[in-house]
Design a protein around this ligand. Structure first.
Ligand SMILES: NC(=O)c1ccc[n+]([C@@H]2O[C@H](COP(=O)([O-])OP(=O)(O)OC[C@H]3O[C@@H](n4cnc5c(N)ncnc54)[C@H](O)[C@@H]3O)[C@@H](O)[C@H]2O)c1
Length: 256
C-alpha cells in the first residue's frame, strides 16, 4: 500500500473535551493523540495504568487526563465523566477485546460475558453517562468502534461478532433517538489494524472454516493512526451532516 502520513489539522478540537476509551494502546491511543494534538482536552480511559502513564509521558504538554479503570464497570465510567468536569463535547468508545474465535457450540460462558461486558456494556454505560451533558449543551458527537465483525459473520468468533453487531445497533438507535437534539452517533468498523489486540484462534472449527477465508480476502493491515483519522473525522464538526453510519475503514474489505 502507498505510504500514509498523518497530517494534523490545527485547532480542529479547540475548546472541546473529548473522552477516549482504550486510550492506552492501538486505535484508542492514536485517537487520543490526534485529538489532543488538534487542541482537544482528552480524558483518556484505559484499564492499564501503565499504558496511560506511558501515553502521558510521551506528550506531557498536551494536558491528557488519564483515568485508569475497567470501562465496563460503572464506577470507572463515573470517574471518567467526573474528570471531564461537567462538559463532554465528544466521546470515542474504543476499548474492546477479541474473542478466541469460538463457534457457538463451544463458547465458554466467561468469554461470552467478558466480551459483551467490555465491547457492549461499556458503550451503554458511558453513552448513558455523557448523553445528559450533551443534551444540556444541545450538541455532541459519539463514535463507537465496531469491527469488520460487525459487518459479516466470517471475521471473528460468535461472541465478538455478536458484540460488534450490538455496537452497530446501539449506534443506530442512539442516532435516531438523539439526532434531532443535536447529537450525532456514528460507528467506525476497522478491518485488520496493527495494534496490541490479542486474537488467539483456539477453535478447530474456526481454523477449518474461517482461516482459509482470511487468506483469500484480507486486505493489508492498516496503522492505528489511519483508524484515528476516520474516527476523528466523525467526532469532529466536519461530520456535521453524518449521523447513524457504520463507516467501514478497512482498505476495502467490506466491498469483497
Ligand atoms: N486491531 C484490529 O485489527 C481491530 C479490528 C477491528 C476492530 N477493532 C476494535 O478496535 C478497538 C481498539 O482495539 P485495538 O486493536 O486498538 O486494541 P489494543 O489492545 O491495542 O487496545 C485496546 C485498549 O483497550 C484497553 N482495554 C481493554 N479492555 C478494557 C476495559 N475493560 N476497560 C478499559 N480499557 C480496556 C486495553 O488495555 C488496550 O490498551 C476495539 O474495540 C477492537 O474491537 C480492532
Amino acid at each position: 500500500m502507498p505510504e500514509w502520513e498523518e497530517v494534523i489539522t490545527p485547532g480542529r478540537f479547540d475548546g472541546q473535551t473529548v473522552i477516549v476509551t482504550g486510550a492506552g494502546s492501538g486505535i484508542g491511543r492514536a485517537t487520543a493523540l490526534r485529538v489532543a494534538k488538534e487542541g482537544g482536552r482528552v480524558i483518556a480511559g484505559d484499564v492499564s495504568q501503565e499504558r496511560l502513564d506511558d501515553l502521558v509521558a510521551e506528550v506531557p504538554d498536551l494536558g491528557i487526563v488519564p483515568v485508569a479503570g475497567d470501562v465496563s464497570a460503572e464506577d470507572s465510567v463515573q470517574r471518567l465523566v467526573a474528570a471531564a468536569g461537567g462538559r463532554v463535547d465528544a466521546l470515542a468508545n474504543v476499548a474492546g477485546i477479541m474473542d478466541h474465535f469460538h463457534g457457538l457450540h463451544e463458547l465458554p460462558d466467561e468469554i461470552w460475558e467478558r466480551v459483551m461486558a467490555v465491547n457492549v456494556t461499556s458503550v451503554v454505560r458511558l453513552s448513558r453517562a455523557v448523553l445528559p451533558l450533551m443534551l444540556g449543551a444541545g450538541r455532541g458527537s459519539i463514535v463507537n468502534v465496531s469491527s469488520e465483525a460487525g459487518l459479516r459473520g466470517s471475521a471473528a468468533g460468535a461472541a465478538y461478532t455478536a458484540s460488534k453487531h450490538a455496537v452497530n445497533g446501539l449506534t443506530r438507535s442512539a442516532a435516531v433517538m438523539y439526532g434531532r437534539k443535536g447529537i450525532r452517533v456514528n460507528a467506525v468498523a476497522p478491518g485488520a489494524t496493527v495494534t496490541h489486540i490479542e486474537a488467539p484462534m483456539d477453535s478447530d472449527l474456526a481454523k477449518e472454516v474461517i482461516a482459509p477465508l482470511f487468506g483469500a480476502v484480507l486486505p493489508p493491515a492498516a496503522q492505528a493512526s489511519e483508524l484515528a483519522a476516520s474516527i476523528t473525522f466523525l467526532l469532529s464538526r466536519d461530520a456535521t451532516n453524518i449521523n447513524g453510519v457504520v463507516l467501514a475503514s478497512d482498505n476495502g474489505w467490506n466491498a469483497i
